[in-house]
Design a protein around this ligand. Structure first.
Ligand code: ADP
Ligand code: GN1
Ligand code: MG
Length: 368
């Protein structure tokens, strides 16, 4: 272990004697490590150690304040319901001086969590039942936060799901074209421009009060929920960095975007990519089982549309990042962001052709 990492590990109140550290998980934003310790019982214990991406999160102190408030609130709710507060939400490990994060000499911000054991994050859906359970987990998460005092939350990424702004950011990247890539993605740009009118739909509904502002997760990707190895239930919603005021539509839509796809988010062969309607059905069943009583008619009527909108928005973000030279999302190969954008646009087109079916499914489960 290099002395740099050694120094960072020493800053946190981990139990036991350090054994080793390894890179962990597949998030696109933060740097995640598992750190292993030997304890007196000789049973190794591991923790999650993360370097917060300050290119994405300009105020890591505010991110950690949100995480602290939200996890404390959730722990009380989980305990009240007879659950396990150490397993059903994140538990930050404090630094030696009792802080939620450590700032190192280079100005990097580190934080740590207990490791949720006997559970796993999935990168693809392995059975329809799994996606039903993921839907339930995110629905339950929204319910538990329904009475969270929203004024305690910072906007960790302002206008995060403002699709109109995302569209404008894309136009700005096309105009600046710093890597001279715009000419090679004319079809993708055209695809987005044809859908400009879609971008403001949910924002307008929020303005009109037909869709409510709620405390939501805002990044409801499949690998942001931990699945219990024994029961197969969605045991713990993680990656709480973007929990802030949002819409139920964002959480529903973003889950469908990732989990109902037939292929990986960066699949280069888009002929393999489509939206699996049976997986859409499963997720909708799980999510609405938890939240259908609290949703407005305006929300129910736009759930299917939101799956398309969140997919379009994410595609716009990947394309923008590709044009800007891959500065935001982690990449492991050239053109990965372009491949990601293309899969999203293929999904959007597929959802457009299935929109009637998707709406019928939503209304069936909403009316149960
Ligand atoms: P990112 O913002 O980069 O997506 P995440 O907080 O989602 O970072 O963490 C990345 C991955 O690390 C997750 O997808 C999950 O596999 C793993 N992970 C994060 N927190 C925990 C935890 N407390 N216990 C076990 N695994 C975790
Ligand atoms: C990022 O952090 P991660 O990998 O869970 C991104 C999401 C995107 C997603 C696309 C803070 O999620 O908004 O939808 O990648 N998170 C942030 O896979 O920008
Ligand atoms: Mg994540």
């Amino acid at each position: 272990m290099t002395s740099i990492i050694q120094n960072i590990v020493r800053q946190f109140r981990f139990q036991g004697e350090f054994i080793f550290i390894e890179r962990f998980g597949n998030g696109h934003i933060n740097g995640t490590f598992a750190v292993y310790f030997k304890t007196r019982t000789n049973h190794p214990v591991r923790y999650i150690l993360q370097i917060i991406n300050t290119n994405v999160f300009k105020r890591p102190d505010q991110v950690m304040s949100n995480v602290n408030e939200v996890t404390r609130f959730l722990k009380a709710k989980i305990t009240e319901a007879g659950g396990d507060p150490m397993r059903e939400t994140l538990s930050p490990i404090l630094t030696q001086d009792g802080k939620l994060y450590y700032e190192d000499k280079n100005g990097s911000f580190w934080r740590a969590y207990t490791f949720i054991d006997d559970a796993a994050c999935y990168e693809t859906i392995t059975s329809p039942e799994l996606f039903y359970k993921v839907g339930k987990a995110f629905g339950k998460f929204q319910n538990m936060l329904a009475d969270f005092p929203v004024d305690k939350l910072y906007d960790t990424i302002p206008r995060f799901h403002d699709t109109v702004k995302r569209y404008e950011d894309l136009e700005a990247a096309i105009a600046a074209d710093p890597k001279k890539r715009a000419a090679s993605v004319k079809d993708e740009i055209e695809f987005v421009r044809e859908r400009k009118a879609d971008c403001g739909v949910v924002l307008e509904l929020i303005e009109k009060g037909e869709v409510l502002r709620r405390v939501t997760h805002n990044d409801t990707k499949l690998n942001n929920v931990m699945i219990d190895n024994k029961t197969g239930d969605g045991i713990c919603v993680i990656d709480l960095d973007t929990v802030m005021q949002g819409s139920a539509l964002y959480d529903f839509g973003d889950s469908v975007r990732f989990g109902a796809s037939s292929a990986a988010e960066d699949e280069p062969d888009i002929s393999k990519v489509y939206m699996d309607i049976s997986l859409f059905d499963e997720y909708t069943r799980g999510f609405l089982k938890e939240v259908r009583h609290s949703l407005t008619q305006g929300e129910i009527d736009h759930l299917a549309f939101s799956a398309k909108l969140m997919t379009l928005e994410c595609g716009i973000r990947f394309l923008t990042d590709y044009l800007n030279g891959d500065l935001y999302f982690k990449t492991t190969r050239p053109r990965q962001n372009l491949d990601r954008a293309r899969t999203q646009f293929k999904l959007v087109a597929d959802m457009e052709s299935k929109m009637d079916k998707m709406n019928a499914i939503v209304h069936r489960y909403a009316g149960m």
